[in-house]
Ligand binder design. Structure first.
Ligand code: ATP
Ligand code: MG
Length: 291
């Protein structure tokens, strides 16, 4: 795969705060690359560097497939202009034909409000207009900071469709998100940052495999007896009760189900308490698990 951007050994400090501490990152053309990490991990800082909004203290950062477009901390828009006027102004600035404006508005689902002043736009509408603005400049590298933030389900579908379409056209996309389900849906690769360092980088499926042993919630017809049965099941640990949460290898879970049925306890639900991706996030960032 052709590289769209490459970062090596990036260090970025703000006074005493080390926002990025030796970060390597590879974004491929046609790849949707997700950046995740706890608040303050350095995601916005890294995306800002890619957009050229700041420079690294040390390290090398190459955008190999320009032009780059996108935004961090919300798109910059003129509040007194309408959505269409905002994009027309941008098109004029970049010497792009204004013909693309309505197309871009349609792509993000803003056709109906194209003539409305941006002042009255909701967060989700601003996010979508920001994406439309980025589309206008026909980027080869698209950088988006929490693009799904504030989007209703229809808006999210529009944005996901646009991102998938761009990637299919060979655009490299890098985006940050706090929603692990969005990442699974959208991204092929993911980089997990924690306190300015990369703690994981690779395919989404590989991140899920880092989850280790998951906690499973067990809903039955008789909680008290289910706890007793679980406690007596070899290889299984009871991580919590009311509701019952157990941990253990798959064969121990199988054994639990069989033993519950033999004990006359009906099993109503057996499911991971947190998704594998979330569990991996918590494990790799050293956060306490919920169960
Ligand atoms: N302009 C700045 N001046 C001072 N410190 C900053 C600045 N920008 C970021 N930082 C610090 O750098 C660190 C990384 O911040 P950053 O905004 O990149 O995190 P983030 O991963 O985007 O977090 P979030 O999930 O909350 O958006 C934080 O400790 C933050 O306080
Ligand atoms: Mg941020």
């Amino acid at each position: 795969m052709e590289p769209a951007a490459r970062a090596r050994g990036i260090i970025k400090t703000y006074g005493d705060v080390v926002a990025l501490d030796g970060v390597d990152l590879d974004i491929g053309a046609g790849q949707v690359h997700g950046l995740v990490g706890p608040n303050g991990a350095g995601k916005t800082t890294l995306l800002g560097l890619l957009l050229g909004l700041a420079t690294a203290d040390t390290g090398t950062l190459e955008v190999l497939a320009p032009p780059v477009a996108g935004f961090v901390d919300g798109p910059g828009l003129y509040p007194t202009l309408t959505a269409r006027q905002n994009l027309a102004a941008l098109a004029a600035l970049h010497r792009e034909p204004t013909a693309g404006v309505d197309e871009a508005l349609a792509e993000v689902g803003l056709t109906d409000v194209a003539g409305d002043r941006v002042r009255g736009f909701s967060l989700g509408m601003r996010q979508r207009l920001g994406l439309a603005a980025a589309l206008l400049t026909r980027p080869r590298l698209l950088v988006l900071d929490e693009p799904a933030n504030g989007l209703d389900p229809a808006g999210k579908r529009h944005v996901h469709r646009v991102i998938a379409r761009l990637a299919a056209d060979g655009v490299g996309v890098v985006l940050s998100s706090h929603r692990m389900d969005d990442l699974a849906e959208l991204c092929s690769e993911v980089t997990l940052l924690c306190a300015g360092r990369v703690v994981f980088s690779g395919p989404v499926a590989k991140l899920a495999a880092e989850a280790g042993e998951l906690g499973y919630g067990v809903l039955t017809s008789d909680e008290a007896r289910a706890v007793a049965v679980a406690s007596g099941t070899t290889g299984l640990r009871v991580a919590g009760t009311d509701p019952l949460v157990v941990r253990g290898p798959a064969d121990a879970l199988d054994d639990l189900v069989v033993r519950l049925v033999h004990a006359g306890v009906a099993l109503r639900e057996l499911a991971p308490v947190v998704s594998p991706l979330e569990a991996a996030f918590l494990a790799l960032t050293g956060a306490e698990e919920a169960s």
